[in-house]
Design a protein around this ligand. Structure first.
Ligand code: WT7
Length: 632
């Protein structure tokens, strides 16, 4: 098994070893996996291009490492535990042997439908076991999965399907989320009607049995998967073959397809999982993320299964049937490691302590957070009310692009500090840069967070547009990967993440590009121009604040706002709906026509003082109007 640090001395020794000899350090980790053919070069890299390859020439299949490798010793151990949306409905579990069989059957079904190595398969599914099974089935045969969060709109789904030129979409009939029943298949039909010419098949899993339309491209899961053989030889993959594409937002209008490859991602997700959660055999681990995001990929599916863990997935939402659901599940399944987002913690905290106090949470050993900075109040509540002061919190900083957790304390081993991600994992070399491109040395400093040496699960490219990958991540600073975040390193060398420094907002831990929301809003026929910024929001961390200029007078402002929100829901999905919409007659601009977002951000945050000298603006008079009409 890959290294699992047991004490502070081992942490320090590993960090030291990884700096002195990174290749040697990662080679040690990689050696603990099953390779069909060993690599001939551990690392080949150049950040400028960028061109990063790990375990060059190595041949393997990640599912052999997630499944086959465990069969002998852990065949009868539960690999995947599934808790359904309805609290009264029975949980389901799959042992490693059963999961292996299901993955093979699905893999054979995909093959029979003509899916082969390198083909892209889009997923649009709720959190049901078949999602995990089919994702692994793709990896088994070398097809590239791209999971789209099932809350995105038909338009967003069509855009991603077309960008990936996917041959297949796998979906469900309906998605149960709390009391809602969402017609997932209908959204897929709508996306296809918008023109997704590459799609040859839609594989539909019957989840609720609700009514759906059937089209020529559709095949029911139950008509093709169960009857397949439970044996499927894994495709031999090159370490650098593509494993998946995951779309994420950036500062431009179009989401980018972050590409991860097989070998490095395998090594790093397992390594980081074992260390950050200190998983021990027999533990029940639960990450509440959706597999539509990177957290679900790395820490529901791949990391835990590679480590031979029992990983739980949950179909529902934290507040259904009531605000005690998470804690009920922790009690019911005796969960040992629990990993969630600050936004969920804040939302549940707001419902009152009685919900968490009702349940026996004594099984919890480690609590994790991810996705956004956690505020001190939520951290202490999580620590005291959920962990009863006995379960260290790991504040894990990472990104879709990093593939795995980069900066985090190690529970029980390194110090947990409220609001601090603290220390890089051994093998990770973060640094802080100033605006002029100089590295900021020493402690008690603040700067732009970069990484100066490759790590195995880093982004390789943005699908179909390598130039974009280079421009966004590798051009800001020579020879550095730029994260887009600002951070502080305190007097003890501990990292505190401050937040994004680009036009990306973090709403409930979800990344949303302001340009994307603006593009969506501008689709409304009565909008001339819009500007979107983030503002502090008690539950979501950041809310979406939109300033809009209407074309012709708005008679009913509330109805208009509703229409704008509906437009965004249609273009992107409900997660990108603005919380506040202020109708303005103009936007503050520089003489060169650039929107002064800094001013708009200040006003939206309810602090219009200290806007500085606005007299040099193209339209200084607009600032007063915008201030007067501010909604917060
Ligand atoms: C952005 C990445 C990584 C999985 C979930 C989000 C922010 C992430 C933390 C943290 C403060 C955090 C950063 C980062 N972020 N974790 N522990 N503390 N901020 O993945 O959608 O790729 O977003 O989330 O701003 O850049 P993502």
């Amino acid at each position: 098994m890959t290294l699992q640090i047991k004490n502070i001395e081992e942490h320090q020794a590993a960090s030291q070893r990884a700096i002195e000899n990174p290749e040697g350090f990662w080679e040690e980790q990689a050696n603990t996996f099953h390779w069909r053919k060993k690599w001939n070069k551990t690392l080949q890299w150049e950040f400028d291009t960028p061109d990063v390859k790990w375990f060059v020439g190595g041949k393997m299949n990640i599912t052999e490492n997630c499944l086959d490798r465990h069969l002998e010793i852990k065949g009868n151990q539960v690999a995947l535990l599934w808790e359904p949306n309805e609290a009264g409905a029975p949980a389901k579990s799959y042992t490693y042997r059963e999961l292996h069989a299901e993955v093979c059957k699905c893999a054979n079904a995909l093959k029979s439908m003509g899916i082969t190595k390198g083909d892209r398969v889009i997923f649009y599914m709720p959190m049901v076991p078949e999602l995990t099974i089919a994702v692994l089935a793709c990896a088994r045969i070398g097809a590239v999965h791209s999971v789209v969060f099932a809350g995105f709109s038909a338009q967003a789904l069509a855009d991603r399907t077309n960008d990936a030129q996917a041959k297949m979409i796998i979906c469900s009939d309906y998605n149960k989320r709390g009391a809602k029943n969402i017609p997932v298949k209908q959204v897929v039909d709508d996306a296809i009607a918008m023109g997704c010419d590459s799609v040859e098949h839609v594989l539909v899993h019957k989840n609720t049995g609700g009514e759906v339309n059937t089209n020529a491209v559709d095949t029911w899961w139950h008509d093709i998967v169960p009857q397949q053989s439970a044996d499927c030889e894994a495709e031999e993959m090159d370490s650098e073959d593509m494993l998946f594409i995951l779309y994420t937002s950036g500062s431009t209008g179009k989401p980018k397809g972050v590409v991860h490859t097989c070998g490095g991602y395998m090594v790093y997700t397992c390594y980081s999982f074992r260390n950050v959660f200190q998983y021990k055999d027999g533990d029940i681990y639960w990450c509440t993320a959706d597999i539509g995001w990177i957290t679900g990929h790395s820490y529901i599916v791949y990391g835990p299964l590679l480590a031979g863990a029992t990983t739980m997935m949950f179909e529902g939402v934290p507040t259904y049937p009531d605000a005690g659901r998470f804690w009920h599940i922790c009690e019911k399944h005796r969960v040992n490691q629990f990993y969630t987002a600050p936004t969920a913690i804040r939302a549940l905290m707001a419902k009152g302590d009685e919900w968490v106090e009702k349940y026996d949470l004594s099984s919890l050993k480690v609590l994790g957070t991810v996705g956004e900075p956690i505020n001190a109040e939520a951290w202490h509540w999580y620590d005291q009310k959920v962990g009863k002061g006995n379960a260290p919190i790991v504040d894990t900083w990472w990104q879709t692009e990093t593939g795995g957790i980069m900066i985090s304390n190690i529970p029980g081993i390194t110090e947990a500090i409220p609001c601090y991600a603290t220390l890089p994992l051994p093998g990770i070399q973060p640094c802080l840069m100033d605006k002029d491109g100089n590295e900021i040395e020493g402690n008690d400093v603040e700067g732009l967070l970069c990484v100066k040496f490759p790590w195995p699960s880093m982004i390789r490219t943005t699908y179909g547009d390598h130039e974009r990958c280079k421009n966004v991540y590798f051009s800001a600073f020579a020879n550095k990967y730029f994260t887009g975040d600002g951070a502080r390193r305190d007097e003890n060398g501990m990292y505190r993440i401050i937040g994004r420094v680009d036009d990306v907002i973090n709403v409930s831990g979800h990344r949303i590009g302001t340009a994307e929301v603006e593009n969506a809003i501008n689709q409304h026929s009565n909008i001339v121009e819009s500007a979107v910024v983030g503002y502090p929001h008690d539950i979501k961390g950041q809310g979406i604040y939109a300033y809009v200029i209407a074309n012709y007078p708005v008679a009913d402002e509330d109805a208009f706002r509703l229409e704008v929100r509906e437009t965004v829901t249609r273009e992107i999905g409900p997660i990108a709906k603005p919380d506040q919409i202020q109708i303005v007659s103009g936007l503050p601009k520089t003489r060169s026509g650039k929107i002064m977002r800094r001013i708009l951000r200040k006003i939206a945050s309810g602090d219009a003082s200290g806007l500085g000298d606005v007299s040099t603006l193209l339209n200084p008079e607009i600032v007063e109007e915008v201030k007067k009409g501010a909604l917060v």
